[in-house]
Design a protein around this ligand. Structure first.
Ligand code: HEM
Length: 406
């Protein structure tokens, strides 16, 4: 059996070190790293971290994500680190036919009928966070707003009380942005799972109007979902439910702070906010977490694929390459920030609602804001996505965000 490198060389695709774990440039300018990757080729081979193909343009990305006969999520080596990490996060870590039935069970929990009544609570939360910022007299947007809103909303919706919420929040950060040893990772996952299964246990006898209750009531083929699947399903919803949205919101606000014309357009015409969110998700697609492992022989862009090959789907690069300019009213916008194909994000509706409400409330109450002179952004690239480390904002009438950050 030939290696990925031999087959990449035979097909004449570039060999390029694209390192999702060690490249320090992720911390400085991740968007430049994505842009560079798209310029190399639609498909190339990266020999680092046990070797993987990298798909960088829309057609190749779409082809791979739709070709489920060849590309699988089992075993779930979606993490392109030096050490092998396997994630058990159903339904993402499942393939058909299991994936189909578990995903089907989850879909009704995220329907518009369930989500629309949650909107008033999200407006209240967004307003409270702005009140707190005014009361405090300074704003570190990532810490005070974009990480708070999705975490507090989601954990409350899930059914956690405030004390557990704080711990879950810390654990989600660790699970998403650190590359811990398998032992530490196991420990983090164990703690998350313990909190989730404790909540399920409680909700079985004390049902509430929350996601945990809806999850314990899910049925697959008429049967309750076994605990060993239900708990990691909750873990995925919990990790995917907060870090992703808060990260995306941070980048959206980073753009609006740097481009006052775009900000002014949204203030003058809030009806444009939903389209603007799609465009800013395209431009600042947070990167993760799509990777696949081949379970059968196949072909991508003329390269022979064999079972066991891995591919990283550089959706962020593909999205950025669709257009060089930022057009807030771009329609249609076929970005891939929520994925493509059978694993497309289940939480996209609620994420869109949260981000829309966040922008509506923020722009109405805080129309003027800017980034302090001399602030140099840094970014983290984790096992799932990239994130702005911090975003201080200067708001007329409020104190210095640098002092708040210290
Ligand atoms: C801006 C916020 C979000 C982004 C950018 C995002 C992105 C993604 C992406 C790219 C995938 C597909 C991964 C792949 O194909 O390998 C995905 C899947 C998933 N997302 Fe999200 N997500 C967000 C918010 C959420 C929220 C709020 C939830 C839940 C409350 C959620 C739950 C899920 C689940 C359960 C899957 C797996 C679906 C499946 O395997 O069928 N996501 N997400």
């Amino acid at each position: 059996m030939s290696t990925m490198l031999e087959r990449a060389t035979a097909a004449g695709i570039p060999i390029h070190e694209f390192d999702l774990e060690h490249d320090p440039r992720w911390g400085v300018d991740p968007h430049a790293v994505w842009d560079e990757a798209t310029k190399i080729a639609p498909l190339f081979y990266s020999p680092v971290n046990r070797g993987y193909f990298v798909a960088t343009d829309y057609e190749t990305v779409k082809g791979v994500l739709r070709d489920t006969a060849v590309w699988a999520n089992t075993p779930t080596t979606t993490i392109f680190t030096e050490r092998e990490v396997r994630l058990n996060v159903p339904p993402l870590s499942m393939d058909a036919p299991d994936h189909t039935v578990y995903r089907r069970a989850m879909i009704p929990l995220f329907s518009p009928q369930v989500l629309t009544p949650l909107e008033p609570g999200i407006y209240d939360l967004a307003n409270e966070l702005v009140d707190d910022i005014f009361a405090k007299g300074s704003c570190l947007f990532t810490k005070d707003f974009s990480s708070q809103l999705p975490a507090r909303f989601f954990l409350g919706w899930f059914g956690f009380d405030y004390g557990d919420m704080q711990r879950m929040f810390e654990l989600a950060e660790k699970a998403t942005f650190e590359f811990p040893t398998p032992e530490i990772r196991k420990q983090i996952e164990g703690e998350i799972e313990g909190l989730i299964s404790g909540l399920y246990e409680y909700r079985r006898t004390n049902p509430g109007d929350d996601l945990a209750t809806a999850m314990v009531n899910m049925r697959v083929n008429g049967e309750p979902i076994p605990e060993e699947v239900l708990v990691p399903m909750g873990t995925l919803a919990f990790i995917a439910g907060q870090e992703t949205t808060s990260t995306q919101l941070g980048y959206i606000m980073w753009h609006l702070a740097r481009f006052p014309k775009d900000r002014r357009r949204l203030i003058d015409d809030p009806a444009l906010i939903p389209d603007a969110i799609e465009e800013l998700m395209r431009v600042y697609n947070t990167g993760g977490p799509s990777g696949r492992t081949a379970r059968a022989s196949g072909d991508v862009d003329g390269v022979q694929i064999e079972a066991g090959d891995r591919i990283f789907i550089a959706r962020a690069g593909a999205d950025r390459a669709m257009a060089a300019d930022v057009q807030l009213d771009r329609t249609p916008n076929r970005h891939t920030a929520f994925g493509l194909g059978i694993h497309r994000c289940i939480g996209s509706h609620i994420a869109r609602i949260e981000m829309r409400i966040a922008l509506e409330v923020w722009l109405k109450r805080v129309p003027e804001f800017s980034i302090p002179a001399g602030f140099v952004p840094t970014h983290r690239y984790g096992s799932f996505m990239q994130q702005l480390n911090s975003l201080p904002l200067e708001i007329p009438g409020l104190g210095s965000p640098h002092r708040a950050a210290a």
